[in-house]
Design a protein around this ligand. Sequence first.
Ligand SMILES: Cc1ncc(COP(=O)(O)O)c(C=O)c1O
Length: 368
Amino acid sequence: MIVPFEDLALLNTPYLPVLKEELHLVVAHQNLILGDAVNQLEEKLAQSTQCAHAIGLSSGTTALTLILKALQVRDTRKEVVVPALTCFPVVAAILDAGLTPIFVDVEPDRWLLDPEAVKLACKPDTLALVAVHLYGNVCDLQSLSAWCRSKGIHLIEDCAQAQGAEYMGKPAGSFGIASSFSFYPTKILGALGDAGAVVTNDDSLAEEVKKLRTYGSTERGPYHYAGINARMDTLQAAFLLAKWSNLESVMQHKRLLSEVYRKHLPIVCKRPKLIFNAQDTPHLFPVLVPNRDKVRALLEKAGIGTMMHYPRIPPLEPLFSGKHHSADFPIATAIAQSVLSLPFSAIHSEEQILYVCNQMQEVLDRVG
Ligand SMILES: Cc1ncc(COP(=O)(O)O)c(C=O)c1O
């Protein structure tokens, strides 16, 4: 049996008929960038996150960058605390905004920001904390937001992997001063290219982000500072709206697949635990496996595609030229060495997932 990690052609083909209709509408209306569909998508995202504003952007990375740039309009602090276990775009956004990332280790059970490590990392120059909600799971938002409030630090949620997740009955994305979303093709809601968004309840931050996404002004000047071009295409928004109407059934299907994994995966494959009071959103299915690289190669031979989120941690990337050491982040380092994301998409059947579980058992028996 072949079980690809993902198949975007298979995933997107059912939406082609509606996409063709939208294509005609967009061509006829001529508003190719930030058109009606972008406004509709912004409204839907604002509603679903219980936020006053949503701003459609060109990617999740630009979303984070623009939040950080907008904060600097009013604040001169320069450091941003961020988990050591995350994808590189988060760090790229911090650097692009002219700020310094301060890395902290993650919790061993949940693989997300460790609130105690955050407390030690925050200094008078800390502008913001980026709570990266990985794999569909949310960080300990209660302690992180209480800490940020007590210290006057801006809490930003990176919801690129957490659209639809909840904490204490409230949507992920509604806890911080602002939150970033990604609609990269393999995300929970994936576009036919790059797209992203910011949500916020802060009126003036929303205004700044809107200015920053169009060179620095929403009115073609006057320009008090330079923004960038970070606008969302109308066609991407139209496609996302079409896909959104089917999102609930996709999520239900993925919850079924998740049950199959939970019942049939060998017990040695460790999963991140959910925080108390949190409701995850089914996005990735990462496990820790011994001899990860060998296991991955053997699964590949059995026709099973896997990925790693993430095999290297950003603080150890060459651009930090030896400034950090793996011993500074023992938990993140250990996870990066053993983490393996298993196939987990709307295109997979329960039979395929059962096959992955059985093959995993066989492979683990072989590698010992
Ligand atoms: C947690 C996280 N943050 C940020 C990003 C960046 O989003 P994008 O690829 O849309 O720029 C991604 C996706 O790659 C992500 O997974």
